[in-house]
Design a protein around this ligand. Structure first.
Ligand SMILES: *Cc1c(COP(=O)(O)O)cnc(C)c1O
Length: 423
């Protein structure tokens, strides 16, 4: 698959230009590189984002659901034992706070977006929802929202992931969704996304495509960010209440980039808050088996947007690798590419082994069984704190998005981690 044609679904590819489309750019990144047939639907969605989603009525209804159904606001937890383990003398890490998205209904931040987009689809009169999923977390969140709103749900999932993530396939089916295994390409997330886009091209009048991350063509990166920013908005209020000041850094893992951009949006305007995204380095960035798109990728077009991608010299999209299925994606949302190039955010990476070690450490020290995705930023907290404290000449407060819980990863964890028989 050529990067530049990745989303054409066999039709002419149009890079939308002109005033309206410029709205869909973050610097030179983003845009709307899609089949002609989707342009009207994306324009409808862009208008709906401004005229419905960002309006007080919608916000009230959505936030009421987040409170009564998802369990928001999620708590802010101070992780004292972990902070001491990382920095026993307190020389560089003053305090560590976790924004607990792992306590959301269905176990991760993805439900914030799924409920928002499904509520919007209902208001637009759509009668069918489709979604792509990798690990199955976004599929489960979308299937959940569709059950709540009484809408039929079709989830595209690579065959490889269907096999690897059997419990989530079962969950989606129990929730009434149809799971369609995708046999093309590497039979993983990027192929599922291609297939969902193909379905959308055919059924665009009746169907809403609920994209699960802050990626894809305009307006998805902006739409998803404006829903997930609930994470950063809440966290900002909570940490100010708790400590009386802003954190020195906000930190999150980056797959497509939705939990990270959700957290960052709460602090983008606060220049004193450093922003750190942590990608998956898999077997190591130099091994070629990784998903560190911002660390080691190049600029290209994937799934309708210009951003950093993992591709070879011919522009062919390469396979990503990560132990965590939610970070195993060869692209990244365009706003992160812009934040990287402008230097507003810093992107680093953690390997599979570092993430596994962090899962054990966080479980034993904090009683939190974290998702493998979330283990990546946990693994880098010491490095980040030391670097930042060095720059600022004092111990720093860190705020990290605890994006999800690890129940879904239990099989991998039991296979890969040596389990002690007690203390
Ligand atoms: C899906 C997922 C991610 C990665 O997705 P983003 O869009 O980058 O946030 C991270 N953490 C968890 C727990 C996930 O389920």
């Amino acid at each position: 698959m050529l990067a530049s044609a990745a989303m054409s679904a066999g039709q002419t590819t149009t890079a939308a230009t002109g005033a309206a489309a410029r709205d869909g750019y973050f610097g030179e990144f983003g845009g709307r590189f899609v089949a002609e047939t989707l342009v009207l639907a994306l324009e409808e969605l862009t208008r709906a984002m401004h005229d419905i989603v960002l309006q007080p009525d919608f916000q009230r209804e959505w936030r009421e659901l987040l409170a009564s159904y998802v369990g928001r606001p999620t708590p802010l937890t101070e992780a004292k034992r972990l902070a001491r383990a990382i920095d026993p003398s307190g020389a560089f890490l003053a305090r560590l706070f976790l924004k607990r998205e792992d306590l959301c209904h269905t176990g991760a931040h993805k439900i914030n977006n799924a409920i928002g987009q499904t509520l919007l689809a209902k208001k637009l009169g759509k009668t069918r929802i489709i979604a792509e999923t990798g690990a199955g977390q976004h599929g489960v969140a979308t299937a959940t929202a569709c059950a709540l709103f009484d809408l039929p749900c079709v989830v595209y999932m690579g065959e490889e992931d269907v096999a690897r993530q059997a419990p989530n396939v079962g969950r989606m089916r129990l929730l009434g969704a149809e799971v369609v295994p995708v046999a093309s390409g590497s039979r993983t997330l990027k192929d599922a996304m291609n297939e969902a886009l193909r379905d959308w091209v055919t059924n665009v009048r009746t169907t809403h495509y609920c994209i699960g991350s802050a990626a894809g063509p305009h307006p998805y990166p902006e739409l998803v960010a404006s829903l997930q920013r609930v994470i950063g908005d809440e966290a900002r209020v909570q940490i100010l209440e708790r400590t009386g000041r802003l954190p020195d850094a906000a930190i999150a893992c980056v797959g497509g980039g939705s939990n990270a951009i959700g957290l960052f949006r709460g602090f983008l305007a606060d220049e004193s808050v450093a922003l750190y995204g942590v990608e998956a380095a898999g077997h190591g960035v130099s091994s070629g088996k990784h998903a560190a798109t911002l660390t080691a990728g190049r600029i290209g077009v994937l799934h309708g947007a210009r951003s950093y991608v993992l591709c070879n010299d011919d522009g062919q999209i390469e396979e990503a690798h990560s132990i965590s299925a939610g970070l195993d994606y060869p692209g990244v949302g365009p706003e992160h590419s812009h934040l990287k190039d402008t230097g507003r955010a810093t992107y680093i990476s953690a390997t599979d082994d570092e993430a596994l070690a962090a899962v054990s450490q966080v479980a034993r020290l904090e009683g939190i069984l974290t998702a493998l995705e979330t283990a990546h930023p946990f693994a880098k907290l010491g490095v980040i704190a030391a670097e930042l404290a060095g720059k600022r000449g004092r111990p720093v407060d860190l705020l990290m998005c605890s994006s999800g819980r690890g129940d879904k990863d239990l099989e991998t964890l039991l296979r890969r981690l040596p389990l002690g028989s007690g203390r």
